[in-house]
Design a protein around this ligand. Structure first.
Ligand SMILES: NC(=O)c1ccc[n+]([C@@H]2O[C@H](COP(=O)([O-])OP(=O)(O)OC[C@H]3O[C@@H](n4cnc5c(N)ncnc54)[C@H](O)[C@@H]3O)[C@@H](O)[C@H]2O)c1
Ligand SMILES: O=C(O)C(=O)C[C@@H](O)[C@H](O)[C@H](O)COP(=O)(O)O
Ligand SMILES: [Zn+2]
Length: 361
C-alpha cells in the first residue's frame, strides 16, 4: 500500500506521497492541473542520466510543454550562477506565472529549484521529487530553499513550500553508498532530537537498512517524514522549535565550509552531532554511555565521528560566522536525554574547544 501524509503550513497544504516507481506519477499529482501549463524538470547530471526520461514519459502529454534543465551534480553548483542560468532558460521558454518547476534530484536540486521557484515572477509553483535518502527524509519537506554564497551555506534563500512531495523509495537503489550514509545522519538526528523508540529501531534494523531492504527503508523514510512534518507544522519559519532540526549543524556547517564541500553534508552533521552530544555530556545532561551509544549508531551507518587536518580554533572561528549567530550569540542544540533536545545560547568557547578537541584525530 502506498502511504501518504498531508502537511499543513500557514499558507499552504500539500501531500507527501510515497511510491516505488514513477509510473502513475500523474495520479499522484492529481490535485495539480497541468493543462496548458509549461513544466521545467530541474535535475543534475547524475540523476538526469538515470531518471529524467522516465519522469518526462510519466508526465506524458498532460502539459503544454515539458523542458529540462540539467546542471552538473555537486554542492559547488548550489549557487546563484546556476539559478541565473535557470532563470535564462525559463525566460527563453516564456514560462509564466502558471508554469511549474519540478525538482528531480537530491537536496542540492531541491534547494536550488525551490529558491528559483520562489523568486521567478515573484513565485511560481514547484514540486519536490527527491531521489537521495537525505532529500527524501529532510530537504524536500518544509520549504527551506536556497543556495550557498561565497562558501557560506544556504546564505541566500526563502521559506517557500512546494505543491507536492513525491518520494519514490526505489531510487535509493542507485544512490552511491556514501550518499546513503549522508542521509542516515539526518535520520539519526531525527531520532536523537525527537524519538528514542526510533533510535532503538535504527540500532536493531541497521543490517536490513544497510542492505536497502525496501520494507525497512520505506518504514524508516516514512517515520522521518512524520518527525519533520510535525516540527515544520508547529514552526514553519524557525522561530522556535524548528531550530532543533539544526542539531549537529553549527559545527557541521563549519566543517563543510572548511573542507570546501569535499565532505558530504551528512558526514559533517555526523561529526557535529558528536560534538553536541559531548557538550551535553559535559554539562551533565546525558551520561558518557549515551555518548558512546550515539557514536556507535553513527558508525553502524558508516558515518565519521572524527575529522583530521583541521584546527579546533578554526572550527570555532567559522561557527561564529554562521548565519544563525544572533547579536554575537551562538545557538546550540543540546540533548537533555536521548530523544529530547533544547536550544542553548550559553555555550562558552572553552566548552566548545574542549568538545571539539574530542573529534580531532
Ligand atoms: N532544505 C532543507 O531543509 C535541507 C535539509 C537538509 C539538507 N539540505 C541541503 O541538501 C543538500 C544535500 O542533499 P543531498 O545529500 O541529497 O545531496 P545532492 O543533492 O548533492 O545529492 C547527492 C549526490 O547523489 C546523486 N544522486 C541523488 N539521487 C540519486 C539517485 N537516486 N541515484 C544516483 N545518484 C543520485 C546526486 O547527483 C549527487 O551527486 C545540501 O546542500 C544541504 O545543505 C537542505
Ligand atoms: O529543515 C530544517 O529546518 C533544517 O534545519 C534541516 C537541516 O537538516 C538542513 O541542513 C537545513 O538546510 C539547514 O538549514 P540552515 O537554515 O541551518 O541553513
Ligand atoms: Zn542538514
Amino acid at each position: 500500500m502506498n502511504r501518504e501524509l498531508q502537511i499543513k503550513t500557514k499558507d499552504k497544504e500539500y501531500p507527501i506521497k510515497f511510491c516505488q516507481s514513477y509510473e502513475g506519477l500523474l495520479g499522484l499529482l492529481d490535485h495539480i492541473d497541468f493543462t496548458n501549463k509549461k513544466v521545467c524538470i530541474v535535475t543534475d547530471t547524475n540523476v538526469g542520466n538515470i531518471y529524467l526520461e522516465e519522469v518526462k514519459n510519466a508526465l506524458g502529454y498532460s502539459a503544454e510543454k515539458v523542458v529540462a534543465f540539467t546542471f552538473p551534480a555537486g554542492e559547488e553548483n548550489k549557487t546563484l550562477n546556476t539559478v541565473y542560468e535557470l532563470y535564462e532558460l525559463l525566460i527563453n521558454e516564456k514560462f509564466d506565472r502558471k508554469s511549474i518547476l519540478i525538482a528531480l534530484g537530491g537536496g542540492v536540486v531541491g534547494d536550488l529549484t525551490g529558491f528559483t521557484a520562489s523568486t521567478y515572477l515573484r513565485g511560481i509553483d514547484f514540486i519536490q521529487m527527491p531521489t537521495s535518502l537525505l532529500s527524501q527524509v529532510d530537504s524536500s519537506i518544509g520549504g527551506k530553499t536556497g543556495v550557498d554564497f561565497k562558501g557560506y551555506k544556504n546564505m541566500v534563500g526563502a521559506f517557500y513550500q512546494p505543491r507536492a512531495v513525491i518520494i519514490n523509495t526505489k531510487t535509493i537503489d542507485t544512490l552511491p553508498k556514501n550518499e546513503f550514509s549522508s542521509g542516515m545522519a539526518e535520520i539519526i538526528k531525527h531520532a536523537l532530537i525527537k524519538d528514542l523508540e526510533y533510535l532503538d529501531w535504527l540500532e536493531k534494523n541497521s543490517e536490513q537498512v544497510n542492505l536497502l531492504n525496501q520494507e525497512s527503508l520505506t518504514e524508516m523514510i516514512y517515520r522521518s517524514c512524520c518527525i519533520k512534518k510535525d516540527v515544520v507544522e508547529k514552526d514553519e519559519k524557525e522561530e522556535n522549535i524548528r531550530a532543533l532540526l539544526n542539531f549537529g549543524h553549527t559545527v557541521g556547517h563549519a566543517i563543510e565550509k572548511i573542507k570546501d564541500f569535499t565532505w558530504l553534508h551528512g558526514e559533517c552533521v555526523s561529526v557535529g552531532m558528536v560534538v553536541a552530544a559531548y557538550l551535553s555530556y559535559k554539562r551533565g545532561y546525558i551520561s558518557k554511555e549515551k555518548c558512546y551509544r550515539i557514536n556507535n549508531v553513527l558508525v553502524k551507518y558508516n558515518l565519521p565521528i572524527e575529522v583530521k587536518d583541521i584546527s579546533p580554533e578554526e572550527i570555532i572561528k567559522v561557527t561564529k560566522l554562521d548565519k544563525k549567530v544572533k547579536s554575537s550569540v551562538l545557538h546550540f542544540i543540546l540533548l537533555n536525554e536521548l530523544g529530547v533536545a533544547n536550544i542553548y545560547t550559553d555555550v562558552t568557547d572553552d566548552e566548545l574547544l574542549n568538545a571539539i578537541n574530542n573529534i580531532i584525530s
